[in-house]
Ligand binder design. Structure first.
Ligand SMILES: [Zn+2]
Length: 80
């Protein structure tokens, strides 16, 4: 009886460790994915960072612009 209770708790511990490890992996991979995605400063749509034009505004603020918004800006400038 004691042995089966001990076996049950060790199995419970093993499951808890597996879930903890899985959660740790999920936490360590998720921010890496989110870091590559930024919203466009104009249309607020989410894009991968390599698809965006990056500009530093002021001293430290980084802003990202998508291709469609840059083209729209270019079209607006050509009308001036
Ligand atoms: Zn945009």
């Amino acid at each position: 009886m004691t042995l089966s209770i001990l076996a049950f708790f060790s199995l419970l511990m093993l499951i808890a460790i597996i879930f903890y490890g899985y959660g740790f992996i999920m936490r360590s991979t998720k921010p890496a994915l989110q870091n590559d995605i930024e919203p466009c400063a104009i249309c607020k749509k989410q894009f991968e960072r390599q698809q965006l034009v990056e500009r530093e505004i002021g001293d430290s603020k980084l802003m990202y612009f998508c291709k469609a918004c840059v083209i729209r800006l270019y079209d607006d400038v050509s009308k001036i």
